[in-house]
Design a binder for this molecule. Structure first.
Ligand code: OGA
Ligand code: MN
Length: 205
């Protein structure tokens, strides 16, 4: 086996996931990476490349506005910009680490940009579907403006037996949680809310 180097940042994620099924990491990506990804998403918005989000995975979609109101753009890894290459190389490192330490068996992934216009939300849900339980870990990285304020709304609420957890979508913040275990919701937003969101999956669909 290759030399194994312990990465404290990822060890904390593992401990958090074991203890509470979710983890919040403020410095998963550098601020330069976050700003570059934010720029790509804003550019897609201006170029009208975002589409109304559906319920389901990228191949089995149903649009139900009363459940979610965000706009998304799936990322095709065959055509990545430089900042996206950096993003996925960190996701690769993290995935390899998780597979080696926790035997997660991650073999695939899907990521999209998401934009919630004012007034939109995503009602309480699980990130797995009846016909597909391959999603293991959900990863959200917020690409919001600096100094996001509580009154802008858009909190991510994680519903846990022990009580609800409220997470503000602060720029650069990464939330990782167990897709099959944690029900969650995005509260109505008062200010455009940006993120890149994805799933590490056990197998291809
Ligand atoms: C999702 C989701 C959470 C967030 O896209 O499935 O729950 O905070 N996103 O954006
Ligand atoms: Mn979700």
């Amino acid at each position: 086996m290759d030399e194994f180097i312990v990465i404290p940042k990822y060890e904390k994620v593992i401990n958090d996931l074991l203890e509470q099924q979710y983890s919040i990491v403020e410095d998963f990506f550098s601020s330069a990476e976050v700003l570059a990804l934010r720029k790509i998403l804003l550019n897609k918005y201006e170029e009208d490349e975002l589409r109304k989000a559906a319920i389901g995975n990228q191949f089995n979609e149903q649009i139900i506005k009363s459940i979610r109101g965000d706009f998304i753009s799936w990322i095709d890894e065959k055509f990545l910009q430089e900042a996206e290459q950096c993003f996925f190389s960190k996701i690769d490192t993290f995935t390899t680490y998780m597979n080696r330490t926790c035997f997660l068996g991650i073999q695939d992934r899907e990521f999209h940009y998401a934009l919630y216009p004012k007034g939109t939300f995503y009602k309480k849900h699980l990130d797995t579907f009846q016909n597909d339980d391959s999603r293991k870990l959900s990863i959200v990285c917020y690409l919001n403006e600096e100094n996001w304020q509580p009154e802008y709304g858009g909190e991510l609420i994680l519903y846990k037996k022990e009580g609800d957890v409220t997470i503000y979508p602060l720029q650069g913040r990464v939330v990782i949680f167990e897709s099959q275990l944690i029900e969650h919701e995005v509260k109505p937003v008062e200010q455009m809310r940006l993120s890149i969101t994805g799933w590490l999956k056990t197998r291809k669909i």
